[in-house]
Write a new protein. Structure first.
Length: 128
Protein backbone atom coordinates (compact mmCIF):
# COMPACT_ATOMS: atom_id res chain seq x y z
CA UNK A 1 0.00 0.00 0.00
CA UNK A 2 2.83 2.43 0.89
CA UNK A 3 4.45 1.83 -2.49
CA UNK A 4 1.25 2.96 -4.27
CA UNK A 5 0.80 6.10 -2.15
CA UNK A 6 4.34 7.47 -2.53
CA UNK A 7 4.06 8.18 -6.30
CA UNK A 8 0.64 9.76 -5.74
CA UNK A 9 1.96 12.00 -2.96
CA UNK A 10 4.90 13.02 -5.14
CA UNK A 11 2.57 13.87 -8.04
CA UNK A 12 0.35 15.98 -5.78
CA UNK A 13 3.37 17.85 -4.43
CA UNK A 14 4.60 18.54 -7.97
CA UNK A 15 1.19 19.82 -9.10
CA UNK A 16 0.99 22.06 -6.04
CA UNK A 17 4.35 23.65 -6.89
CA UNK A 18 3.45 24.14 -10.54
CA UNK A 19 0.13 25.83 -9.79
CA UNK A 20 1.46 28.01 -6.99
CA UNK A 21 0.84 27.27 -3.39
CA UNK A 22 -2.27 29.19 -2.32
CA UNK A 23 -1.31 28.77 1.34
CA UNK A 24 1.90 30.83 0.98
CA UNK A 25 1.55 34.17 2.76
CA UNK A 26 1.51 37.31 0.60
CA UNK A 27 4.84 39.10 0.20
CA UNK A 28 5.23 42.78 1.17
CA UNK A 29 5.98 45.19 -1.70
CA UNK A 30 9.50 46.24 -2.61
CA UNK A 31 10.73 49.42 -0.93
CA UNK A 32 11.36 52.57 -2.95
CA UNK A 33 14.31 54.94 -2.58
CA UNK A 34 13.22 58.51 -1.80
CA UNK A 35 15.20 61.68 -2.47
CA UNK A 36 14.29 65.24 -1.46
CA UNK A 37 15.78 68.46 -2.81
CA UNK A 38 14.96 72.09 -2.00
CA UNK A 39 14.47 73.85 -5.35
CA UNK A 40 13.95 77.38 -4.12
CA UNK A 41 12.98 79.11 -0.90
CA UNK A 42 9.82 77.09 -0.29
CA UNK A 43 9.51 74.16 -2.73
CA UNK A 44 10.76 70.61 -2.21
CA UNK A 45 11.07 68.17 -5.09
CA UNK A 46 10.39 64.62 -3.92
CA UNK A 47 11.16 61.69 -6.20
CA UNK A 48 11.33 57.97 -5.58
CA UNK A 49 12.16 54.85 -7.54
CA UNK A 50 9.27 53.15 -9.28
CA UNK A 51 7.79 50.04 -7.77
CA UNK A 52 8.83 46.95 -9.78
CA UNK A 53 6.09 44.78 -8.27
CA UNK A 54 3.36 43.29 -10.44
CA UNK A 55 0.86 43.54 -7.57
CA UNK A 56 1.53 47.28 -6.98
CA UNK A 57 -1.55 49.14 -5.75
CA UNK A 58 -0.53 52.65 -4.68
CA UNK A 59 2.01 55.12 -3.34
CA UNK A 60 1.37 57.39 -0.35
CA UNK A 61 3.74 60.31 0.31
CA UNK A 62 3.83 61.55 3.91
CA UNK A 63 5.30 64.74 5.41
CA UNK A 64 5.95 65.68 9.03
CA UNK A 65 7.84 68.38 10.91
CA UNK A 66 9.49 65.71 13.09
CA UNK A 67 11.68 62.79 12.06
CA UNK A 68 10.33 59.25 12.27
CA UNK A 69 7.46 59.46 9.79
CA UNK A 70 7.30 55.66 9.53
CA UNK A 71 6.99 55.24 13.29
CA UNK A 72 4.21 57.87 13.61
CA UNK A 73 2.33 58.05 10.29
CA UNK A 74 -0.87 59.19 12.03
CA UNK A 75 0.91 62.42 13.05
CA UNK A 76 2.07 63.07 9.47
CA UNK A 77 0.17 64.62 6.58
CA UNK A 78 -0.53 62.53 3.48
CA UNK A 79 0.51 64.85 0.64
CA UNK A 80 0.00 62.59 -2.34
CA UNK A 81 -1.66 59.30 -3.24
CA UNK A 82 -1.35 57.63 -6.64
CA UNK A 83 -2.25 54.26 -8.13
CA UNK A 84 -0.03 55.03 -11.14
CA UNK A 85 3.34 53.33 -10.63
CA UNK A 86 4.96 55.82 -13.05
CA UNK A 87 3.85 58.85 -11.04
CA UNK A 88 6.86 59.08 -8.74
CA UNK A 89 7.61 62.81 -8.45
CA UNK A 90 5.85 65.39 -6.30
CA UNK A 91 6.49 69.11 -5.72
CA UNK A 92 5.72 70.26 -2.18
CA UNK A 93 5.21 74.01 -2.51
CA UNK A 94 4.70 76.76 0.03
CA UNK A 95 6.79 75.24 2.79
CA UNK A 96 7.27 77.23 5.97
CA UNK A 97 10.65 77.69 7.66
CA UNK A 98 11.98 74.58 9.39
CA UNK A 99 12.87 70.98 8.75
CA UNK A 100 10.43 68.78 6.82
CA UNK A 101 10.63 64.98 6.78
CA UNK A 102 9.17 62.73 4.08
CA UNK A 103 8.58 59.03 3.49
CA UNK A 104 6.76 57.02 0.81
CA UNK A 105 4.63 54.04 1.65
CA UNK A 106 4.06 51.46 -1.09
CA UNK A 107 0.99 49.23 -0.88
CA UNK A 108 0.28 46.07 -2.84
CA UNK A 109 -2.99 44.34 -3.78
CA UNK A 110 -2.79 42.16 -0.66
CA UNK A 111 -2.94 45.33 1.50
CA UNK A 112 0.66 44.95 2.68
CA UNK A 113 2.85 48.05 2.88
CA UNK A 114 6.55 48.89 2.89
CA UNK A 115 8.21 52.22 3.70
CA UNK A 116 10.92 54.03 1.79
CA UNK A 117 13.84 55.65 3.51
CA UNK A 118 13.13 59.00 5.15
CA UNK A 119 14.35 62.15 3.37
CA UNK A 120 14.30 65.74 4.57
CA UNK A 121 14.71 69.36 3.51
CA UNK A 122 15.58 72.43 5.55
CA UNK A 123 13.75 75.63 4.68
CA UNK A 124 15.62 78.64 6.03
CA UNK A 125 14.33 82.08 6.87
CA UNK A 126 14.15 84.04 3.62
CA UNK A 127 16.03 86.98 5.14
CA UNK A 128 19.15 84.82 5.78
Amino acid sequence: MKQRLLPLIGLLALLSCQQGNPTEPPVPPSATALTAALLNDDTARLSWTKSPDMDFLRYRLYRDSSPGVQQNPNQAVILFVSENRNQNVFMDEGLQEGYWYYAVQVENNAGLTTWSNEASVHVQNRSE
